[in-house]
Design a protein around this ligand. Sequence first.
Ligand code: COA
Length: 191
Amino acid sequence: MTDIFDFSTFPRLTSERVVLRELEPDDAADLFVWRSDPEVQKYNSEPMQDVTEAAALIDRLRREYSTQTAIHWAVTFSGSTQAIGLFGFNSWERFHHRAEIGYDLRRDYWGRGIATEALDAMLRFGFTRMRLNRVEAQTIADNHGSVRLLQGLGFQREGLRRAHSLEDDGTYHDGAIYGLLQRDYRSSRYP
Ligand SMILES: CC(C)(COP(=O)(O)OP(=O)(O)OC[C@H]1O[C@@H](n2cnc3c(N)ncnc32)[C@H](O)[C@@H]1OP(=O)(O)O)[C@@H](O)C(=O)NCCC(=O)NCCS
């Protein structure tokens, strides 16, 4: 059996087209590109106004790694250092073998299967090295890209929180909860 992940070495993950690597302070300018894009941030926090906010976020996420509470990766294409996405396990409940995921990608790379590939690499890592039993995701129910992404990887909708969040259009949107259990996970697309 493979060793359980213990945070001693940052886990670099690779797949067909993408690499998930450690998020570095130097990634602030790249991260700012999509975190300042209102379309990317439509279902998330307010778009960033200044690159210092990206630097502060990277600093926080790196601290979460060092305190062993979360793992976030910068997504790049193989052979490139440019960060185009931020994917991660936002929390890891070790006792329950459970973690929650988050993901966002630069808009000009949407619709090419990049998120599916990156998330699949994360799930493989989570269900083996982290020994997860359950991975969960919360998304706004009408965030169709996010919902399709989760469904395509085998997540099941487990609940709906009606009028859960007030969004940019000034209306309340339902929040959906998705879960994937280790026993149901099939990494069929990217062996
Ligand atoms: C959600 C997100 C990461 C998807 O990234 P992506 O690389 O475009 O996703 P993929 O190309 O892997 O597509 C996954 C599936 O979703 C579908 N899809 C992608 N965008 C879609 C959209 N806007 N509407 C409907 N379906 C969409 C794809 O066709 C694909 O379906 P398929 O497997 O049946 O072919 C990206 O849209 C994003 O960064 N959005 C903004 C941030 C965000 O909302 N994050 C989630 C917060 S909970």
